[in-house]
Design a protein around this ligand. Structure first.
Ligand code: SF4
Ligand code: SF4
Ligand code: SF4
Length: 809
């Protein structure tokens, strides 16, 4: 990633933008921090926050006209936070004022003319920058207060006097020389200039001292005379804070002048500006402000009022994405981490797991007011890692191997329907549906063949993976190769319109094969069913009876790949309505639906986070029905179903609801599980998924044209059984039954084994190993009497083991 690209990504995330109050405060007081501290009763700390930004804080905190209040977001939920009254309460309650160091003078000198808040702020700020300042005040110090806060109530003004004197003392300590000068004149300005002093003419003496008709520059307050700065009087009512902001602007310009820096550059955000920060208050309950008594807030009232501050921030994406929340920050910071990760030449790349854990589901982009798409950023970064040879092999290796297997001779079928030589449609179930519900794939294909109008031709079948894993893994070349295979087989079958059952395949193929007409199984069904009164499709076949009673309530989980496919989501709802299902929508649904944890190969790279994500989604589905963790749900992606089932969620696939096998209907009507959700069982293991694909192909090959039966590999004949513990470890370590058989077969071929001779519980068990690819597998087993193996445990790693000199390992 180039620097410019980094900046462009960073700029899209507005989390670090100030809240509205701070942007509307001409002095940019950190109101959010101030309110936090006040709400916590930490008055001295809150006072330190104010003192950081306010000139003459003891006075300013009591007389500020608080324009921030008009901008406060709380105003849309009960009433704006009373920041002005809170500042007064803070000033009254603070027990100490932080002493900020004043840098030593470097011979820089300035003269300020005036007696308003602009003049005093310029003096305050300049003296804090180590400038020797002289203030020419057109009145006596005794008259100054009435000029500063003539607008405040008399009783408050009397109280202010002591505070004003305190701040005059501070100015004095900061080296400011104050001259009471009844008659100011233009000659005094000339004299100051002649001495090489920078000059600021405050608004209250502007017309007296500023010669000529050319107004000062609005940004720098510079005048036609170099070194002389001036501010015109405010057009509206006197606002102490607006005046103070003018004084601050002048002080900044004068400081830049001393440093020979550009007077105008980068000053867009001085004074009041529009913030881009978005804060979602949809769930914020209205709450009215604590009324301000004439004597001001008591400490308890101040605490209560400060607690009404919403602590405005965005975090919209982080609040709704377990992956973003996992790494403790937000996309702007993550972008920087990714950039740093890419820049590392030597040493550990800390962000690798973070980059590989994103589900690339697009939820963040759908929620972000600026459309920040973390998935797109992570994909770009993954591609870069692959290109530079820096992608850790463990991240995606299993998923890519699984993809290759699904696209291998053991699984692929590309065929016209039995007895036909052309296809009017092509059914593309996708490799996950095939792995998870092979019987449903068979049923659906048959049902489509019987139902779609026969005069238009048959329905072919293509069992293949769409290439999503390669895309997610950041391997565009590998992805392109898979798409090329799919395209070649589709063209060979006459390029018919594709009916896809899997939302991921639909999305992937539409993007990769724009020349193909791709529709979804659900739209094909919904289009015709919506118009039929007798549940028939194209007037040919009746939809089988529902396996669940009419009126069953189900929470619907939209797969994340349907986010941008409103037509598909609507078709699914039409079908559920046709089935008399009452659909309950979870909190995040439709275009804002959540990923199940499989997307982007997140679970593959970060299994712990994967479980957290799917548990979170399962909990949200349960919350929608208010029926506890086993509340029934339905979805239309096999992978989503299986992932959520792993979290204990009772969830079924829409296919089982629309085209159930006969025994499901029987079970609901008269079996012991009447009323229970059929086909909401556990997810198949990784080994079972492979087995399902192989067996499905074996069953279908006899009726498919041009397809031949596979020849089993010799290791498939190894007879093996597993302990429950072994099955568990195999699943968590992603070790397949085929991996185990290969190890045992290798051993039988002379690969050797080790025997445990210790007195432990494993005494007598043998250990064999084999490295068929880049992974070494270990199998702990005992021999059964009939030559079969009983497997007790399995391991895998990427280290290479070499035989010792004494013999085989
Ligand atoms: S939604 Fe996320 S990425 Fe977008 S501005 Fe907010 S914090 Fe940043
Ligand atoms: S709610 Fe708090 S942070 Fe938000 S604008 Fe108001 S004072 Fe500022
Ligand atoms: S997992 Fe989804 S919502 Fe979370 S950052 Fe990645 S793309 Fe965005």
């Amino acid at each position: 990633m180039e620097q410019a690209e980094l900046r462009s990504w960073e700029a899209r995330c507005t989390q670090e933008e100030p809240p509205r109050c701070r942007a509307a405060c001409p002095l940019h007081v950190d109101v959010r921090e101030f309110c936090t501290r006040m709400a916590d009763g930490k008055v001295d700390q809150a006072w330190a926050t104010l003192c950081r930004s306010l000139p003459l804080p003891s006075v300013m905190a009591r007389i500020c006209d608080a324009p921030c209040k008009n901008a406060c977001l709380r105003g849309e939920a009960g009433g704006a936070v009373e920041v002005g009254a809170l500042e007064r309460a803070c000033a009254d309650g603070a027990s100490r004022t932080p002493v900020l160091p004043v840098p030593p003078s470097k011979g820089r000198t300035a003269t300020v003319f005036g007696s308003d808040m602009a003049a005093l702020t310029a003096v305050w700020d300049l003296s804090r920058k180590g400038v020797e300042v002289v203030l020419y005040c057109p009145c006596s110090t005794a008259e100054l207060p009435s000029r500063l806060y003539g607008h405040v109530a008399p009783e408050l003004a009397a109280d202010l006097q002591q505070h004003f004197e305190k701040e005059l003392g501070t100015l004095n300590r900061q080296g400011v020389v104050l001259h009471e000068q009844d008659a100011l004149s233009a000659e005094m300005v000339d004299a100051a200039m002649a001495e090489g002093r920078a000059v600021f003419i405050a608004p209250d003496v502007y017309h007296l001292l500023h010669g000529g008709d050319v107004p000062p520059d609005q940004v720098t307050l510079g005048t036609v005379r170099s070194g002389v700065f001036a501010a015109m009087p405010l057009s509206g009512p006197a606002s102490p804070v607006q005046l103070a902001a003018l004084g601050r602007r002048a002080a900044i310009s004068m400081d830049r002048l001393f440093q020979n820096a550009s007077l105008a550059a980068g000053r867009e955000r001085e004074g009041v500006f529009e913030t881009r920060l978005f804060t979602n208050i949809a769930k914020v309950a209205p709450e009215p402000p604590v009324p301000v008594p004439a004597e001001g807030y008591s400490p308890a009232q101040a605490t209560e009022e400060a607690a009404r501050c919403l602590q405005c921030e965005c975090m919209e994406c982080v609040k709704n994405c377990a992956y973003l929340a996992e790494y403790g920050s937000y996309p702007k910071q993550y972008t920087r981490r990714i950039y740093n990760n890419e820049s590392i030449v030597m040493g550990t790349r800390q962000a690798n797991t973070m980059i590989n854990s994103c589900m690339m589901c697009g939820l963040c982009a759908s929620l972000c007011p600026e459309g920040f798409d973390m998935g797109a950023l992570c994909l770009q970064s993954r591609r870069g890692m692959v290109k530079r040879g820096k992608m850790p092999p463990s991240a995606h290796e299993f998923a890519l191997r699984d993809m290759q297997f699904a696209n291998g001779d053991d699984c692929v079928i590309a065929s016209h329907a039995p007895g036909t030589s052309a296809s009017a449609w092509l059914f593309f179930p996708g490799c996950q549906l095939t792995a998870s519900m092979p019987d449903a794939v068979e049923r659906t294909w048959q049902w489509l063949r019987e139902s779609l109008p026969a005069d238009k031709g048959g329905v072919g079948l293509l069992l293949h993976c769409c290439g999503a894993p390669a895309h997610w893994a950041g391997r565009p070349d590998m992805h392109a190769a898979v798409v090329k295979e799919v395209r070649g087989r589709w063209e060979k079958l006459g390029s018919p319109p594709i009916i896809a059952a899997c939302p991921t395949c639909t999305d992937m193929l539409r993007k990769a094969m724009p020349q193909a007409v791709i529709t979804t199984l659900w739209e094909v069904l919904a289009d015709t069913l919506a118009a039929s009164s007798d549940n028939t499709i194209y007037g040919n076949t009746t939809l089988p009876a529902s396996p669940v009673p009419h009126g069953t309530e189900l929470v619907l989980h939209d797969p994340c790949n349907t986010r941008d496919d409103a037509a598909l989501r609507s078709a699914v709802r039409t079908l559920l309505a046709k089935r008399s299902i009452t659909v309950k929508e979870p909190e995040l649904t439709g275009e804002h639906t959540e990923c199940c944890g499989f997307g982007g190969l997140s679970e593959s790279a970060n299994p712990d986070l994967g479980s957290k994500i799917r548990d979170g989604r399962a909990a949200r589905l349960s919350a929608a029905s208010g029926d506890g963790p086993v509340a029934d749900a339905v979805t239309y992606c096999a992978m989503c179903r299986d992932m959520l089932a792993k979290s204990g969620k009772r969830i079924m696939h829409l296919l089982d609801l629309l085209l159930p096998p006969a025994e499901a209907q029987a079970r609901v009507c008269c079996g012991p599980r009447q009323g229970a959700l059929p086909y909401a069982g556990p997810a198949p293991s990784y080994s079972e998924r492979r087995e399902n694909r192989i067996r499905l192909r074996e069953r279908l090959v006899p009726e498919c044209q041009g397809e031949t039966a596979r020849t089993p590999a010799p290791w498939e004949n190894v007879r093996v059984s597993y302990t429950d513990e072994a099955r568990k470890t195999m699943e968590s370590r992603r070790i397949l039954d085929s991996d185990v058989r290969k190890v045992l077969f290798h051993m039988e071929q002379g690969g050797g084994w080790l025997e445990n001779v210790s007195d432990s519980a494993s005494k007598g068990r043998r250990l064999a190993m084999f490295r068929p690819t880049i992974v070494t597998y270990w199998v702990e087993f005992t021999l059964e009497g009939d030559g079969a193996y009983r497997v007790h445990n399995t391991w895998c790693h990427r280290m290479r083991i070499f035989p010792s000199k004494q013999g085989a390992a």
